[in-house]
Ligand binder design. Structure first.
Ligand SMILES: O=C(O)c1cc(=O)[nH]c(=O)n1[C@@H]1O[C@H](COP(=O)(O)O)[C@@H](O)[C@H]1O
Length: 309
């Protein structure tokens, strides 16, 4: 473990947000039919390894574009897993490339299991550098199996200065079926938030935040405001901005009064900016990297302006 990795994840994230003046998290969710034409051609043969190579190149080029513009990226494992072993090799390449570029890496694999198995997931994914084969700084984790399934992740976070983001109130319309159920005067997502806060206790770093973060969707701004209060020492990862309808106004309540404590993920609307107005007309497929660059700058700016009001 090198010296920067022994600084707790929450503090490293706070530093990175300060340094880049950005709370944007770029989601790396490659989809074959939306890649620029030149990269689709790479995958022409239809073979999984050709498609995986195209995904890796696409994501690494995005990393080149955004590395000085944002604090973190969130590669989405699903798109790589669907390609089988070749996809997983490509995912590893993307994790390592992002780390080497100085970005914090949030592995989005939404893992968990019974405690003893959860330990294996935690050891696999968490710990940038030499400590883990996947080398992520943090990982999205499901709380469904309860406290003893989360504790192994927290223990590995302690040992490797890593972090997790626990699914609290997800951005999808169907999430409420289970998450909004109330028992004993508390919804399930409120109970998960309480658990997140309990697990963070005695682990708060210099930044004021601990290793146990939470996922709360931009699509539920009222709940986001309540969750900000319920988890005062947790970083909140806010997905659902952009393609799912969440706006800068919606995410504001996820931040602390000094503008820290949350990062806002945007996947499709940034990485495929070359396919939508106004970037499609301006840059087209050939200059897709310029579209990513301008869309990322614009998201940064829109969020900065919201804070300054
Ligand atoms: O954990 C996540 O990142 C996540 C949680 C959630 O509640 N909603 C959600 O959309 N996500 C992820 O965030 C990304 C959103 O992608 P876009 O809708 O394209 O910005 C996808 O990778 C989702 O899997």
């Amino acid at each position: 473990m090198n010296s920067s990795e022994s600084i707790p994840f929450a503090d490293r994230l706070a530093d990175a947000v300060r340094r880049t003046h950005s709370v944007t998290c770029v989601g790396l969710d490659p989809r074959l039919d939306q890649l620029p034409e030149s990269l689709q051609k790479l995958a022409d043969s239809g073979a999984a390894d050709a498609q995986a190579a195209a995904y890796s190149q696409f994501c690494c080029e995005i990393i080149d574009v955004v590395k000085d513009r944002v604090a973190c990226v969130k590669p989405q494992a699903a798109f790589f897993e669907q390609l089988g072993p070749a996809g997983m090799v490509a995912l590893g390449e993307v994790f390592r490339y992002a780390s080497a570029a100085g970005l914090l890496v949030i592995g989005d694999a939404k893992r968990n299991d019974i405690g003893s198995t959860a330990t294996a997931y935690a050891q696999a994914y968490l710990g940038a550098g030499e400590t883990s084969p996947w080398g992520c700084d943090s990982l999205t984790v499901s709380p469904y199996l309860g406290r003893d399934s989360l504790e192994p992740f927290v223990e590995v976070c302690d040992r490797r200065a890593a972090g997790i983001f626990v699914l609290v109130k997800t951005s999808n319309p169907g999430g409420g079926l289970l998450q909004d159920r109330a028992t004993d005067g508390q919804t399930v997502y409120e109970r998960v938030a309480q658990l997140v806060t309990e697990l963070n206790q005695d682990r708060i770093g210099q930044s004021g935040y601990g290793p146990v973060g939470a996922v709360v969707g931009a699509t539920y701004p009222e709940q986001l405001a309540a969750m900000r209060k319920a988890m005062p020492h947790s970083w909140i990862l806010i997905p659902g901005f952009g393609a799912q309808g969440g706006s800068a106004k919606d995410v504001l309540a996820g931040f602390d009064s000094d503008g820290s404590g949350a990062i806002v993920n945007n996947s499709r609307n940034l990485i495929f900016a070359h396919r939508r107005a106004p970037y499609a007309e301006k840059y087209g497929d050939r200059r897709w990297q310029d579209a990513v660059s301008e869309a990322t700058d614009e998201m940064n700016e829109v969020l900065r302006q919201r804070f300054s009001r």
